[in-house]
Design a protein around this ligand. Sequence first.
Ligand SMILES: CC(C)(COP(=O)(O)OP(=O)(O)OC[C@H]1O[C@@H](n2cnc3c(N)ncnc32)[C@H](O)[C@@H]1OP(=O)(O)O)[C@@H](O)C(=O)NCCC(=O)NCCS
Length: 153
Amino acid sequence: MIRKLYPHEPLPMELLLLADPSENQIHSYSRSGHCYVLEIEGQCIGVYILQQQSPQGIELMNVAVAEHWQGKGLGKQLILHAIETARVLEYASIHVATGNSSIGQLALYQRCGFRLVGIVPDYFTLHYPEPIFENGIQCRDQVRLALELKGTE
Ligand SMILES: CC(C)(COP(=O)(O)OP(=O)(O)OC[C@H]1O[C@@H](n2cnc3c(N)ncnc32)[C@H](O)[C@@H]1OP(=O)(O)O)[C@@H](O)C(=O)NCCC(=O)NCCS
């Protein structure tokens, strides 16, 4: 079951850190965002955070599934739930950003309907203190994706 986390409940930080190595960044966007959790038998095994970016646009800031549960379709379920939440809240578009080295995530977002809309060169080299490597590639640039929601129901 996926449900909204109440403001008094602690953030599932261990999960959120799987998607974003910066606890400071997580705290800053979770304060103004809404956190949703996927629970199985009372255990939190998935998470996503939505943050409004403009009156018409919302951003999926973090999505993660506990390592043991990955590869079973739960990540896709969380992303599709985030898209549906944004649609119900009547946003015109939902956005997401990832790194140039996050090949699996780029595939997954596009499978969920997102299109590539831009690149922020050197975003990760400038905003993260340690170099990040994935798939043998240095994560330097932010890749931005978006999905238009209005008129696509
Ligand atoms: C990214 C993440 C949320 C995906 O969750 P998941 O439960 O493992 O993903 P799913 O099992 O739902 O996979 C969904 C689809 O993506 C595909 N996929 C996953 N990894 C892939 C890869 N490396 N290359 C190609 N496709 C991939 C799957 O094949 C599946 O496709 P299908 O539905 O057509 O079969 C999860 O791996 C995770 O928490 N990673 C660490 C945190 C993270 O990187 N978050 C994203 C930050 S941008």
